[in-house]
Design a protein around this ligand. Sequence first.
Ligand code: ATP
Length: 311
Amino acid sequence: MALVTIHDLTKRYGHHIAVDNMSLDINKGDIFGLLGPNGAGKSTTLNMLCGLLKMDRGDIVIDGIHLHQNPLEAKKRLGLVPQEIALYDTLTARENIVFFGKLSGLKGHRLKERTNEALAFVGLTEKAHAFPKNFSGGMKRRLNIACALVHHPKIILMDEPTVGIDPQSRYNILQAIKRLNQMGSTIIYTSHYMEEVENLCSRIAIMDHGRIIASGTKETLKKIVSEQEKIRINCTNLNYNLLSDLKKLQGIKAVDTHDNTLEVVAENIQIILQDIFSILSQHDVRIKETQVVSPDLETVFLSLTGRTLRD
Ligand SMILES: Nc1ncnc2c1ncn2[C@@H]1O[C@H](COP(=O)(O)OP(=O)(O)OP(=O)(O)O)[C@@H](O)[C@H]1O
């Protein structure tokens, strides 16, 4: 049985539909990745899951409890690491964790024990009495994670927890997530970093314009594009007419650009490679580097939407 069930979830901001009739099951023990570009609706979904934002329609069931029927009981099972760091600068690291622990109903000896444990888990024991305003971005993020897990929630929601931090902190956070999962927590993790989701998550849902466009294990998702290949061409002088000419080639599944890179997905790239190069030459494009890439989640997204995740 699923630990979290989302059924027909919908959220509008005025006329804009941010989450559109979304249904998902998340199983106990999953590190579940919600992957999508900026604006896909990931944060809106997480905020509705933890009751911070009211849904317009749908149902969320957490560990057998309907969120709208018994929000307090449902929320006890959740810990949220929000996208924006949420800490009190006037409280020390320890006091911040204690504050969030109390909000979750912890007190006395248990609160003290859990606070020490949370500090140790994120490697901040030495900084317990320091103020977060003096912390690096990565340390603040780790402290935010400690605040979210002090009450030992069954489910931890993480909204892009590695955005804007240095590689070492990023590595530490990803390792901490794996350890949390091994210790029994189910994780729901949003990101627009394809590699991160591919390496970390046991199951993935790809989101675009508020809808789930594909979901499953990374192996299942890659099967969608198993007959396809992607070529990445680093070049100069990319232009709109070039893209539209490439899209007319038979066998082309998707074409997109970012920075000075052109990405083309096709059924059998070897057969149409010559045609691609000749179109590039007609448009005076100078090729610097060409690489055939095996299908990844980016290819899946590109193939399903015609756009790259970076859009
Ligand atoms: N408070 C709001 N008022 C109006 N529109 C909003 C509001 N919050 C989000 N949106 C819009 O809803 C859509 C989904 O936003 P959301 O933040 O959920 O996306 P996201 O996938 O989390 O993207 P990001 O990675 O940029 O946070 C976007 O088009 C966004 O502009």
